[in-house]
Design a protein around this ligand. Structure first.
Ligand code: GLA
Length: 386
């Protein structure tokens, strides 16, 4: 746990609002494999990590509510009876959207204050946004005793993103952040929204994240475009989602769609198969096969689904000649953020030095490197296992 972050958020809340808050930790996530499959009702393989959002929240007697972003030193004041999406800024709509979705479900909340801060940069592809949404809904559920289940809460978080932020995301990020289990990854079936936990112990290997520190614009609209393509192909195939299609099925409509959209739908079918194959490889302790699947995932994201970028491709290509790295790929929605690497523990220090220098030489900017622990999902910090 990042005790500095907890103390900073707590003292900011105390200074600003002069009341004892409930403290919540809501983690970001990694994803081993299964990218863009979630909104196709398919399989994903994420895990919550020990980095994320800390929120401090409490009821307020004021006539309005206040949200304070500690890292940015920005705040908004809002009237619960007159909510609308904010036109400026970046973090505001995650909070307002969650409140709006709670109200739509006819739960009553009173005025409150919230302060939050985080230790994953936005745009890292590690779901700081889902972590923030979950911290808000979890916090409101706690202080106003709303009786929401964790499943209710992740659907509220997801809808907030659709309706207030404008990104038609799947359920992976909110699920992983809410339901994470220490030392486990979750093979999530996004149709049933149920997961099988896998204990992760890669023995002589570990997962290493490298952040490009870029987030290319248009990533949100490109995301929504990809989702629309998948839905239109499903409609042509007369199925609920691409999870229900085989490559043979897809070929029956090949002449009715553009070659680009054919490749995108093909990617989803193949990526879904890869997520299932990865779970089998992990059960068999077969890290070589897992690594090959991870590399194949990146190839598809780059060449078929076209959501990668030069910086991500460079980070992946730099691993290919290294026999101590079994697999690497871009992670999350794409167009920036992190790569995830399956690397020998003995190689980590050498590779870190190499990649930091190579990236700087190539792009004249720094990458960031994170070693993360797999952690429990959204919870009240007082109850935290030490
Ligand atoms: C983003 C979305 C998720 C998922 C990933 C891609 O993180 O929020 O729902 O679609 O992209 O796998």
């Amino acid at each position: 746990m990042n005790t500095t972050l907890i103390n900073t958020v707590k003292s900011s809340f105390l200074n600003k609002f002069e009341a004892e808050p409930v403290l919540i930790f809501s983690p970001g996530r990694i994803n081993i494999i299964g990218e863009h499959t979630d909104y196709n009702d398919g399989f994903v393989f994420p895990a919550a990590v020990n980095k994320g959002i800390v929120a401090a929240i409490q009821k307020s007697e004021s006539a309005e509510s206040v949200a304070f972003a500690v890292d940015k030193n920005e705040s908004i004041t809002f009237d619960l009876n007159n909510l609308k999406p904010s036109t400026k800024g970046s973090w505001q709509n995650y909070i307002l959207g969650v409140i709006s979705e709670i109200q739509k479900r006819h739960h009553t909340i009173g005025n409150f204050n919230i302060a939050f801060g985080g230790d994953i940069p936005g745009g890292a592809g590690m779901s700081s946004s889902a972590a923030l949404e979950n911290s808000v809904v979890f916090g409101l559920n706690t202080v106003f005793d709303l009786g929401l289940s964790k499943h209710d809460m992740i659907l509220i978080s997801q809808k907030a993103e659709h309706n207030y932020v404008g990104v038609n995301c799947g359920i992976m990020d909110q699920y992983a952040s809410m339901f994470g289990i220490e030392n486990h990854a979750l093979l999530l079936d996004c149709r049933t929204v149920e997961a099988t936990p896998f204990k992760i112990d890669f023995k002589d290997y570990e997962l290493l994240l490298i952040n490009t520190n870029v987030k290319h614009s248009l990533s949100d609209s490109a995301y929504n475009d990809r989702r629309s393509v998948c839905e239109s192909v499903s409609e042509l195939l007369n199925i609920k989602a691409l999870r229900d299609a085989t490559v043979t099925d897809l070929n029956t409509v090949k002449t009715k769609i553009t070659p680009e959209n054919y490749q995108k739908a093909l990617f989803i079918i193949e990526e879904n198969n890869r997520a299932i194959a990865a779970s089998k490889a992990m059960k068999a302790d077969d890290l070589v096969t897992l690594g090959e699947l991870i590399y194949a995932s990146h190839d598809g994201l780059k060449n078929q689904y076209k959501v990668s970028c030069e910086e991500l491709d460079f980070l992946v290509s730099e691993t290919k000649a290294n026999p101590n790295i079994l697999g690497a790929r871009m992670m999350g929605g794409g167009f920036g953020g992190c790569t995830i690497n399956l690397i020998a523990k003995s190689e980590v220090d050498t590779f870190k030095d190499h990649i930091a220098e190579a990236y700087k030489t190539k792009f004249e900017k720094e990458c960031s490197i994170y070693e993360v622990k797999l952690s429990d999902g959204t919870h009240i910090i007082n109850e935290l296992k030490q």
